[in-house]
Design a protein around this ligand. Structure first.
Ligand code: SAH
Length: 219
């Protein structure tokens, strides 16, 4: 039985070690988040020639000048986003689809936008193949958000704008939270909370390095 499980997922041991040594060891405690990371096959989201490095402690290239984030950053951001099972979440920057997949096992629905058409297509294919039915990927420019599906309980950006785009704050429910890497050369994670009265509280977190959020739909 153990041998069969091992054959079914040869990366399971590496994935559990990743969660223990890179993510728990650095202070992520939320059991639901740790379980989601243990469940999500990160190696399915990286190019085949890099699969052996899927569980390394670093970001990896996914083509088109883009990257899949370092596992710890995905864990840290997912914990900070503080999601609940009934949440509808907007992600800007689908990339490989990995962050969307991690979130999908924790919330009701993930709406994810990606500006590079090839990545929007390939992430959708991967998510479908893995049975993530509650993720909708759309090719488009995240600066405008996703008006038709707004408002959202949570919004997460995985590309860095110079400033948090106003349409995204507008598309957040009262009581909602938005998490984004913000800045140009120097970036930090910023958590924005929209209070029940609609006022905004902004809390800076750790320094990070994300690809910049670009303007305008390509092609
Ligand atoms: N969350 C991803 C990592 C994202 S890398 C993962 O888990 O793999 C950042 C992604 O943001 C890139 O794929 C990039 O093409 C995309 N991006 C950059 N600017 C954007 C914009 N304005 N709208 C939507 N996506 C954007």
């Amino acid at each position: 039985m153990i041998a069969l499980l091992y054959l079914a997922d040869p990366f399971q041991k590496a994935r559990h070690a990743m969660v223990r040594e890179q993510i728990q060891a650095r202070g992520v405690k939320d059991q639901r988040v740790l379980d989601a990371l243990r469940r999500t096959p990160r190696h399915e989201f990286v190019p085949s020639e890099l699969q052996a490095h899927s569980y390394d402690d670093r970001p990896l290239p996914i083509g088109y000048g883009q990257t899949i984030s370092q596992p710890y950053i995905v864990g840290y951001m997912t914990e900070l986003l503080d999601v609940k099972p009934d949440h509808r979440v907007l992600e800007i920057g689908t990339g490989s689809g990995y962050q969307a997949a991690v979130l999908s096992s924790l919330v009701k629905h993930v709406y994810s936008m990606e500006i590079v058409p090839e990545l929007a297509r390939s992430s959708q294919t991967t998510l479908q193949r893995l049975g993530c039915k509650n993720v909708t990927v759309r090719h488009g420019d995240g600066y405008q958000g996703w008006q038709e599906e707004a408002p959202f309980d949570r919004i997460i950006l995985t590309a860095a704008p110079a400033e948090i785009p106003n349409p995204l704050v507008d598309q957040l429910k009262p009581g909602g939270k938005l998490l984004a890497p913000v800045g140009e050369r120097y970036q930090e994670l910023v958590l924005v909370e929209k209070l029940a009265d609609g006022s905004i509280r902004r809390r800076p977190s750790i320094p990070v390095m994300f690809v910049p959020m670009v303007h305008g739909t390509k092609r």
